[in-house]
Design a protein around this ligand. Sequence first.
Ligand code: ADP
Length: 606
Amino acid sequence: EDEDEDDEEDEEDEDDEDEHPVFTAKEAAGAFTALFRFVWPHITRYPKWLAIVVFGLLAETAFNVAFPLSLKYLIDDVLTGDSEHAYRTLIIILATLGSLGIVVSIITIWYEYYDSVLMSSVMADIRAKLFEHLQYLSAGFYSRTKIGTITSRFGSDMTTVDDALRHMVTWGVLPFLELLAGIGLMFYLNWQLASLALLLIPITLIGPRLLSGRAVDASYQERKAAAGLVAVVQENVSAQNVVKAFSLRRISKGWFHDRNMIEREQAIRSRFYNALVERSVTISVLMLHLVVFGVGAYLTYNEDITLGTFVTFESVFWELSYNIGHVTQFVPVAISGSGATKHINDLLDEPARGQDPETAAEVPRIQREITFRDVEFSYGGEQKQIEALNMTIPAGSRIAVVGPSGSGKSTVLNLLLRLYDPTGGTIRIDDTDIVKAKRDSLRAQMAVVFQENLLFDISIRENIRLGNPGATDEEVVKAAKAAEIHRFIRSLPQGYDTVVGERGNMMSGGQRQRVAIARAIIRNPAILLLDEATSALDHGTEQAINKTLMKVAEGRTMITVTHRLHSVTDMDKIFVLEKGRLVESGTHAELMKMKGVYAHLFKRAG
Ligand code: ADP
């Protein structure tokens, strides 16, 4: 758990770097493109909904242009025009606007509903794709990747993307369309004045350009200070015993105060610079507006443009600066969204383990033996974790693989299960080289009990049935009886229907292990693999479960991997590994007589 939390922090650091309060035009464009690329393949799967959204957006934009335009006719033709047609024109304009307004309002509600449906479907599809992908990633990937890293792809990254998509239409696409339409309208009204107003765009960028370096730096420093502050609190909270025992309250407070003041200083800088960036935009808009206002008024006075044109122009100019504001507010959201898409894409780009080739053989149920021939394996890097390993395991025998921790015992099981493939040599079941076989057909005749066996958050019955999804309820009970856990399950108030998630801590380690054994038995495996299956249990429970396992192993090949030597004394054969090499093999008695590695380990274990 601790590890996960650490990781969560790493993640946040990573995210913070993506999240600039201010940004360059290039970053903004990059973010929009990344978001767009991310959702496009999924959006196009729903052409009908997409069409509705696009139609709705265009209709809304058109109306938002028509509204100020009608102002021009209202002023020029009705309010200041000749009075003969004025009344009729007034009625026409108002009626048209009124009915269009009602229709467009309905359209907007309609398309917003489909926008919600579309985007939520897209997110659900992406989540499904990601989860599916996870099922095909190799054991190697899982051993080098922290759980927290993966879960935060589903958690914080998905939320960030979702946030961006949620605002994309209202803060991004619509204002952008209106910006384009507004510019068009201004040129239609008067191109000289429009050219002047267009200076708005470069001018609003000046302030951020001058100040953004400092603002970004200030935000960065502030986050660093905040992280320092959290670290002090974390240390203090986790060391409360020490703080109390040594009366360190005053000293701790001093440390906290120093950090708190640093955080305060940095927060002032960061807040102020960021406010300044925003203020610089409003100030430049205001300045330009004064110019446009002055020139417009002058042109109107000279009757170069009509009063209606002037007033309409003014209102479009206002719209324009609002829309620029919307888009600039959306950009940081889009930038963090695109950062999150990058994280998600990295995970999706993680190569999935290849499917079995067409030619892969079915592995027939074992008849004679499992053989390891000159098997070599490395997890990567120089060091080989398995070297020149030769073993023959006769079908139906009970075998132990022992050795000090790190000697490669679990790796042997990993190879047999094909979680990894050997880098040299071959492993055969009878005549079939397992590397050339279908993985599922290989695993179908095996069952594993690990040291820690996760029970899923479903009933005990279903947990057992996971070993063989086709099994009947009777078979579940039979497996539980063989694992000697039936009586315990019956004693629970809800019996086999007890949901493990709720009752998990009601079960002891030994009981959970027995459920896992039942899950293995119900597969009716030809080969039963035990990976330190009883090592975490107390001595008494270990002995009891080992006795059960010996019974269960009747008529099967059993390979147990353990460092607990007293649990393997009556095995048919014991293989002793050291640093990835087979150093001794034989029965307990034979190995003791050799007075070698095994005898030494056994004596030391007492
Ligand atoms: P044992 O089961 O005997 O304790 P293992 O088979 O787990 O030993 O490990 C053998 C060696 O391989 C150890 O040095 C271990 O550090 C290394 N190892 C185990 N799993 C991995 C892995 N997923 N990636 C890299 N190295 C590993």
